[in-house]
Design a protein around this ligand. Structure first.
Ligand SMILES: *[C@@H]1O[C@H](CO)[C@@H](O)[C@H](O)[C@H]1NC(C)=O
Ligand SMILES: *[C@@H]1O[C@H](CO)[C@@H](O)[C@H](O)[C@H]1NC(C)=O
Ligand SMILES: *[C@@H]1O[C@H](CO)[C@@H](O)[C@H](O)[C@H]1NC(C)=O
Length: 249
């Protein structure tokens, strides 16, 4: 199972040529500098609190940074990537880099940043490593904080009306109805089930059952059990089938 999934992923990756990326500065993620302990981060995915992301949709990330140090922190870039779980060197996608000209967080202050990324819908059904990093300078030294780095599931793209799903639901509903009808019949309440239960004794139906009754009394062969099936669920069958079975034995 694992192998199959990995293989499909590999095929997808080679087919897509590892998605085209608009990353300026392109190799920002190659040598990520160390984090500055004065910078604390919190992250929220306002539309995806469960941290599972539908493919093909822009995902909004809210990043809160607090500068607990004594020097100003100058946030320069927000970047992120999708990587193969347990093999971080395999970059599936490098997201577009957000650059800032003058996003300075003064000492003891905090700021909120918004970042957006989208996952190619072809990865739906897979789990990928999502890494999101903020780059900043403090007193002329470059730092970076990877504020999110976890394996996340990629979900099927959201669709307004899923025909396949509708067919599955209808089929399930049909099966459920048949089971229900079967149980009702077994309980001798088949006549209460619409469509499947025998019609309630209208004048015509009563006549029919009467004819069958005559047949039944005469023979105890296969045709008798057939007619019994035919009558199953009717008021008549319930009252007479017990007697009939005794007779057959
Ligand atoms: C994505 O970023 C990594 C790390 O910087 C780099 O090694 C890789 O070549 C990049 N991939 C693409 C397609 O730019
Ligand atoms: C913050 O960084 C940007 C981009 O590197 C730079 O243009 C700007 O002058 C810096 N601001 C401060 C206050 O260091
Ligand atoms: C994310 O975590 C993996 C291990 O789970 C690690 O190998 C990788 O270097 C981390 N990435 C970043 C950008 O910190």
């Amino acid at each position: 199972m694992r192998l199959t999934r990995a293989t499909t992923l590999a095929i997808l990756l080679s087919a897509s040529g590892v998605a085209a990326i608009d990353a300026s500065p392109k190799y920002l993620l190659t040598d990520i500098p160390a984090a500055n302990p004065d910078v604390e981060s919190v992250v929220a995915f306002p539309d995806h609190a469960d941290r599972a992301f539908p493919g093909g949709e822009r995902v909004k990330v809210l990043l809160g940074l607090r500068n607990t140090g004594n020097d100003a922190v100058n946030v320069t870039h927000l970047a992120g990537s999708l990587n193969v779980p347990n093999n971080f060197n395999f970059y599936v996608t490098n997201f577009t880099v957000s650059s800032f000209g003058d996003a300075v967080i003064k000492p003891k202050k905090e700021a909120t940043f918004e970042y957006e990324f989208a996952i190619d819908p072809q990865f739906a059904g897979h789990s990928l490593q999502l890494a999101l990093t903020a780059f900043y300078d403090e007193a002329g030294v470059a730092y970076a904080t990877t504020y999110f780095n976890s394996t996340v599931p990629v979900l099927d793209p959201k669709v307004v009306f899923d025909r396949e799903l509708a067919v599955i639901y209808l089929t399930l509903a049909g099966v459920a109805f048949l089971c229900f009808a079967g149980v009702m019949k077994a309980a001798g309440l088949g006549h209460l089930v619409p469509f499947i239960g025998e019609a309630k004794p209208t004048t015509g139906a009563t006549k029919k059952t009467y004819v069958k009754k005559v047949e039944k009394k005469g023979t105890t062969s296969a045709s008798a059990s057939d007619s019994e099936q035919w009558l199953e669920g009717t008021a008549f069958a319930r009252s007479s089938s017990k007697k009939e079975k005794k007779k057959q034995k």
